[in-house]
Write a protein that binds this ligand. Structure first.
Ligand code: NAD
Ligand code: TYD
Length: 361
């Protein structure tokens, strides 16, 4: 039975990945989820798998080397899937330091602990051990707005935000371990994800949440920045396929020609909410295009992200499976049906965050 150490499994993508893996492998695998439970980590995301015998949650900070060493000492880990990170660009602009700590130093700790646990006395690594570092396409910087160029695995790194710079730093550390020690790893660089359990500080859940409560929908700049959207289950599947079928030491970009301008997304969310909400739902009267409010631009706002997934398609046969029209409907329905989850994560500190982030825009 393969044992996985998943970091950041209580966050958005990590929790969807854990669900995906249990759907796919059932009792054939064991998952240990190590997460510090920052504002972005929420065990509610994993409520339905809590009782499984082949699942363990450990509250641990990835910068705490003794805590991570202990997990490796007590378990024969076969796979590391490393999601844990500070992940929000706007927060990184306000306070970069925690991004450097978690994303760079935390990744160094994960690499050191895996290397120490997996290394043979002659410097080779135990058979079958693999580390997958989950990263972002934002490390490649920004593309021109003409739709002709794409991020590929050999696109030079050119990060602009403290978030993407810290992720680039972590990627380069992983690369250095592969180059120096022949450490058995892969890196995946993925485009913007959407789906259930995403914290409502990111574009799609923030707009859904605001629209449902009749709050302004803050569109940065001219609203014409482009992101390449991927349904989170397709990402989870891609990660698993890269780890099991990909060539070690390789980077794979995961994304797939689903470019949208921000304003298109905001309008689609409003239209979908109006179509999905029954007339007698009190939230329906709040939803309107009049809520769209153009606000000051994000500092250093990257114009366009877009991935050419040619390598992962050719080598592994991965393709995004969820058309955007279907994925966004599923996502909106999930938020409509999980009012309590949304209410819980937007109470308390979220109000303060929102005030701080949006009051001066
Ligand atoms: P998220 O913010 O929803 O979740 C991050 C998780 O990491 C949380 O559960 C949090 O508690 C945990 N965490 C944070 N600091 C930690 C620490 N010091 N020790 C242990 N756990 C800690 O993020 P996400 O959107 O799920 O992203 C997961 C990963 O995927 C990140 O590495 C991110 O860079 C990458 N990624 C995200 C996207 C996207 O669109 N969201 C796209 C590409 C890549
Ligand atoms: P975001 O979800 O923060 O992801 P990222 O910055 O990592 O791509 O933002 C997606 C796009 O939406 C980005 O161009 C910024 C924009 N945006 C807004 O216009 N308003 C908002 O309130 C937020 C959170 C984002």
């Amino acid at each position: 039975m393969r044992t996985y150490l998943v970091t950041g499994g209580a966050g958005f993508i990590g929790s969807n990945y854990i669900h995906y893996m249990f759907r796919k492998y059932g009792d054939e695998i064991r998952i240990i989820n190590a997460d510090a439970l920052t504002y972005a980590g929420n065990l509610e995301n994993l409520r339905d798998i809590e009782g499984r015998e082949n699942y363990t949650f450990i509250k641990a900070d990835i910068t705490d080397q003794p805590a991570i060493e202990k997990i490796f000492a007590e378990n024969d880990i076969d796979r590391v899937v490393h999601f844990a990170a500070e992940s929000h660009v706007d927060r990184s602009i306000k306070d970069p330091s925690v991004f450097v700590r978690t994303n760079v130093l935390g990744t160094a700790v994960m690499l050191n602990c895996a290397k120490a646990a997996w290394e043979n006395p002659d410097g080779s690594f135990k058979e079958g051990k693999k580390f997958l570092h989950v990263s972002t396409d934002e490390v490649y910087g920004s593309l021109p707005d003409d739709g002709t160029s794409f991020f590929r695995e050999d696109t030079p790194y050119d990060p602009h935000s403290p978030y993407s710079a810290s992720k680039a730093g972590s990627d380069l550390l992983v690369k250095s371990y592969m180059d120096t020690y022949h450490f058995p790893a892969n890196i995946t660089n993925t485009s913007n994800n959407y789906g259930p359990f995403q914290f409502p500080e990111k574009l799609i859940p923030l707009m859904i949440n605001n629209a449902l409560s009749g709050k302004p929908l803050p569109v940065y700049g001219d609203g014409r920045n482009i992101r390449d959207w991927l349904y989170v289950d397709d990402h989870a599947k891609g990660i698993d396929m890269v780890q099991e079928q990909g060539r070690l030491f390789q980077t794979y970009n995961i994304g797939g020609h689903n470019e949208k301008r921000n304003i298109e997304i905001v309008e689609l969310i409003i239209d979908t909410l109006l179509a999905e909400l029954p007339d007698d739902d009190p939230r329906k009267k709040n939803v309107s295009r009049d809520l769209i409010t153009y606000v000051g631009d994000r500092k250093g706002h990257d114009r366009r992200y877009a991935i050419a997934p040619d390598k992962i398609r050719a080598e592994i046969g991965w393709e995004p499976e969820t058309p955007f029209a279907e994925g966004i409907k599923k996502t909106i329905r999930w938020y409509l049906n999980n009012e309590e989850w949304l209410a819980n994560v937007t109470s308390g500190n979220y109000q303060k965050y929102y005030e701080d982030m949006y009051s001066n825009r």
